[in-house]
Design a protein around this ligand. Structure first.
Ligand code: C2E
Ligand code: MG
Ligand code: MG
Length: 949
């Protein structure tokens, strides 16, 4: 069963009021209750004290009575029985609690008889008696007696007359105390000899001393304890009380056997848990122990049980009142809270209703506005659409003749409307009959079909081509017969021109404006098709600029671009308009030449192209020469299918490059072999270093005065597992192109230096080793650092290293090269120029270079003995070098004649087969050990030879 929710839910304010009110009432109740309790305790204590005071007074009176009585005897004069009776009778009258006054006389054994006789004078037959448990017996013979000699009143106390108390421990004990203290002392409770039913009674006693201080007897008062207390309380008007009770004990403790009196219950307990809680110390039994007459007297005052309300009226009233007020306030607060909440709810609901209504209204309004706006926009869009998609509107009759064209037509096209009206579209635009699109349009309209995006062009009155685009719909009358056409037209000339531009950009090189690779393919296809049709050959020339990369790297890309644009223009200029000149990539161009009946193709054309390129170019302030290498492939020809034309032209171009650049080659099938080998070598070369396939051979260099070996050139060989010993001409070029030469060159440098140092250490003389440095190495950033580290690592004296450079290094820009050479020179090495004389550059730069040696190219040496020109060049090189304080070495010396010529013309050193081919290190070492020398003619012969010359 689901739990029922309490219908009452308190508001916060009501809950706070309730909580606060209850708490306040509780607190008030507690506070007041405590006050009440405190008051009660105070009042009780006061009343208890009154009672204690009353009891004390009674006791004190008893002590006083005894003391006064004792003083009667203490004067030393004999007190007669009559005097004693007179003295005490008044006291007995006043103090009802006194049972009797006694005078105990101390009697020695010898005086017993006389004493008994004296007693018998008062009362016949009286003898000394003693009180035993079994009853009163005659006193036996004792050394000393302590007998009741005087006794007042006699009536009712007769049994005590002549009673010996020397055996009564209570009496004797009290007497001892009294003697010690000099004051009255009381006994404990005991039964009186005269009592048939024992009552709590006691005796107060005070000794009588003679002038020597010896005890002659004592005075005692026999007191009814009960009576004493009762009379004391009654005297103070405190006896009759039903809410407070007094108990008095002749002891420190509430010992019932020693109780003198009890006016009610001795112990009272609370009747209410609240009272317990409020007065945890308990109510009150007020105990006081008084010391009177040498012993303790305990007085317990107890309050009677009272109903809780009796004492807590005020607090309880406060509590009840507080709770009532709290409940009332809570109810009030709750009621007003609920009312406020209801009002709030009502307000909220009303507000929400209002808001909803408002929102709906606003939404309706927005929706209406939106709809209106959408309508407006739609209309506007429609208008814009029409105006964007078309420029004019037209209508034709059933015979497809224009009956109406809007004015915008003339505005856009510049063609008067009159020239169109009354004509069919193809009458106005006869070209339509020629084109595929036009013909299909005519078929469409004749079949009464709609047409779209019909594009055609016309030439306007200024001779400019204009493009139109038209759309049309057939119009039928109610019988379904064609009534005519109507549609829109627009001028799309701008778009067409843009398309053409995009098309052009896509097919042309941005830098040079020449057709790019894609258009080239197109043109080549056309040329081949034409060649196949006409039977005339087509030539494809692949033109590659020599050392273009060098220009680009050293002079910057801007200069490179200028050079390319210049070359492109020159190529175009050197050819017929019908020929295609395209840029294939970087510095590669392709020319397609088609032969025509009136114009056969001849190699001179190629030469003309080369010459046009080789004209000097101004790059900034510098005049620069650029050459090119050209490969030509012919179609149709043996071994060249149409799709290999460019590839074969490329192979032929490589062959031209290898032949020393700046020339051209026609493709032959043999070249293909070479190029295949090239590819093979390139692949194998990449692994050669790792596989340790390179070796160095050393060719001695001989001093022409002493005939002694003074140095050697380190020449690399490639020991390929399949190709055998590959000479450097076959791979150095490839290594340069691929960049591998940098690593290979570093290996050569290190190996050659280490080898030379090893020979020196072996005592084979301080020779110089020459190492070839490629242009790519020269350009490497870490050249100096790597040279330094080789020298350091091998420990070779830099003076024993000669670096061979070629002229080509300085061709383009001399300044950075000079600086680099100086840095190399500062390492302490020798620099020589290899193959000197084959470069194109002027000799003037030599003076600016920190060069040590010129090395005459072997092509000059080969011809010195039979070519006067070469001989003259060699002599002038030697003279020039000596002028510049450079040494000269001739390479490729094969014959004695060559040697002779060089010697007689002052050449310093030689290197060549005549003395020795390049040798493996072991063979070279053997040659050194044998101390081989060049056999030179004796000095006389020389003198003779010189005079003959
Ligand atoms: P090069 O520096 O001019 O080296 C001289 C070339 O002439 C060597 O050809 C040598 O064998 C050859 N030769 C020497 N004496 C005679 C002779 O009496 N008659 C004939 N016909 N030839 C002679 P090789 O060793 O084939 O080297 C060719 C070229 O390869 C070198 O020309 C050099 O440019 C390049 N080369 C060789 N080794 C290295 C190298 O370690 N690094 C670089 N970068 N290029 C090297
Ligand atoms: Mg060399
Ligand atoms: Mg050389």
């Amino acid at each position: 069963m689901p739990r029922r929710r309490l219908p009452l839910s308190l508001t916060l304010a009501a809950a706070l009021t309730l909580g606060g009110g209850l708490a306040a009432s509780g607190a008030l109740f507690l506070g007041v209750s405590h006050l009440e309790c405190d008051n009660m305790a105070l009042a009780f204590a006061q009343r208890a004290d009154e009672r204690v005071a009353a009891v004390r007074q009674g006791m004190d009176q008893a002590v006083e009575v005894l003391t006064v009585t004792n003083q009667l005897f203490a004067r030393g004069e004999p007190v007669s029985r009559q005097q004693f009776a007179d003295f005490t009778s008044a006291l007995l009258e006043r103090h009802r609690f006194i049972q009797a006054f006694n005078y105990h006389r101390v009697v020695r054994a010898e005086d017993r008889a006389a004493a008994e006789a004296a007693l018998q004078q008062v009362r016949p037959n009286t003898i000394f008696t003693e009180l035993r448990p079994e009853g009163q017996v005659p006193a036996p013979m004792r050394g000393r007696y302590h007998v009741v000699d005087y006794l007042e009143p006699m009536a009712g106390n007769e049994a005590a007359f002549g009673l010996n108390v020397s055996q009564n421990a209570e009496v004797m004990g009290a007497l001892d105390i009294a003697r010690g203290s000099g004051r009255a002392a009381a006994t404990g409770l005991f039964a009186l000899a005269q009592d048939a039913t024992p009552q709590p009674s006691f005796e107060m006693i005070l000794p009588i001393l003679d002038k020597d201080g010896a005890m002659t007897g004592d005075t005692a008062v026999i007191i009814r304890g009960n009576e004493l207390v009762r009379s004391s309380l009654a005297g103070a008007g405190l006896l009759e009380s039903n809410d407070i009770f007094v108990s008095v004990y002749a002891s420190e403790h509430a010992d019932a056997s020693k109780r003198l009196l009890s006016t009610g219950p001795t112990q009272v307990s609370h009747d209410h848990f609240l009272a317990d809680w409020l007065m945890p110390d308990g109510p009150a039994v007020h105990s006081t122990v008084l010391r009177i007459a040498g012993r303790p007297w305990r007085i317990d005052v107890a309050a009677a049980t009272r109903p809780f309300l009796a004492d807590h009226m005020a607090s309880t009233a406060l509590l009840v009142g507080g709770i009532l007020i709290t409940l009332l306030s809570t109810a009030f607060v709750q009621a007003s809270g609920q009312r406020a909440r209801k009002v709030q709810q009502l307000v909220r609901q009303r507000t929400a209703d209002l808001r909803r209504t408002n929102r709906r209204l606003v939404e309706d309004m927005i929706a209406r506005e939106r709809a209106e706006k959408a309508l407006q926009q739609s209309e506007q869009r429609f208008r814009q659409l029409v105006s964007m998609s078309s420029d004019w509107y037209w209508e034709q009759d059933a015979a497809l003749r224009f009956t109406m064209v809007t004015g915008a037509f003339t505005e856009k096209t510049g063609v008067p409307v009159d020239t169109v009206l009354g004509k069919t579209r193809w009458e106005f635009q006869p070209d339509l009959l020629e084109t595929e699109a036009g013909r299909s349009h005519i078929a469409q309209v004749k079949a009464h079909e709609p047409f779209a995006n019909l594009e055609y062009k016309t030439v306007d009155e200024f001779g400019d081509t204009r493009w139109f685009c038209v759309n049309g719909q057939p119009v039928f009358d109610e019988t379904g017969t064609l009534a005519g056409y109507r549609g829109t037209g627009s001028d799309i000339t701008e778009r067409k021109l843009t398309e053409q531009r995009v098309h052009h950009v896509a097919q042309h090189d941005v830098l040079t404006g020449l057709p790019n690779r894609s258009l080239l393919q197109d043109r080549l296809g056309q040329a081949i098709a034409y060649a196949t049709r006409s039977g005339y050959p087509v030539w494809v020339m692949l033109i590659d600029l020599d050392r273009f990369k060098f220009v680009n790297d050293s002079m910057g890309h801007k200069a490179g671009d200028v050079l390319l644009m210049t070359v492109a223009a020159r190529l175009r200029g050197s050819l017929r308009d019908t020929d295609t000149v395209a840029r294939l990539s970087g510095d590669e161009f392709v020319v397609i030449l088609s032969e025509h009946a009136e114009e056969p193709l001849r190699p001179e054309i190629v030469q003309r192209v080369m010459d046009s390129v080789a004209q000097p170019v101004m790059l900034g302030t510098k005049e620069f020469f650029v050459t090119c290498s050209i490969g030509v492939a012919v179609y149709p020809s043996e071994g060249t299918p149409a799709d290999s034309l460019i590839e074969h032209a490329d192979i032929a171009m490589y062959s031209a490059k290898k032949m020393g650049r700046n020339n051209f080659q026609f493709y032959t099938p043999a070249m293909n072999e070479e190029s295949l080998e090239r590819v093979r070598i390139e692949g194998a070369l990449r692994n050669a270093l790792e596989r340790n396939e390179f070796v160095l051979h050393y060719q001695p260099q001989v001093d022409l005065k002493s005939g002694r070996i003074v140095g050697m050139e380190a020449l690399i060989r490639w020991n390929h597992p399949e190709l055998g010993m590959v000479p450097p001409v076959r791979f150095i070029g490839i290594a340069e192109e691929t960049g591998l030469i940098v690593q290979i060159g570093a290996w050569v440098m290190r190996t050659a230096c280490a080898q030379n140092k090893a020979w020196q250490d072996a005592g084979l003389g301080k020779l110089r080793v020459a190492v070839n440095l490629s242009a790519r190495q020269f350009g490497a950033a870490d050249l100096i650092a790597s040279l330094e580290s080789v020298l350091n690592d091998t420990g070779l004296d830099p003076d024993c290293l000669e670096i061979e450079l070629t002229e080509s290094l300085f061709m383009s820009d001399v300044t950075p090269a000079v600086e680099l050479l100086h840095r190399m020179k500062s390492l302490g090495v020798n620099l020589s120029i290899d193959d000197f004389g084959t470069g194109y550059s002027s000799l003037s730069y030599l003076s600016r270079f920190p060069i040590d040696v010129l090395k005459i190219d072997r092509s000059f040496v080969a011809d010195i003995t039979h070519d006067v020109n070469d001989a003259a060049i060699v002599t002038s090189i030697i003279a020039l070098a000596h002028n510049l304080k450079l040494a000269v070495i001739a390479e490729g010396v094969e014959t004695a004649e060559q040697l002779d010529y060089l010697r007689t013309h002052g050449c310093d050193e030689m290197q060549g087969y005549y003395f020795s081919k390049p040798l493996p290190a072991a063979d070279f070492e053997q040659m050194l050990r044998q101390g081989r020398c060049l056999a030179l003619p004796a000095p006389e012969d020389e003198a003779f030879a010189a005079s003959a010359a």
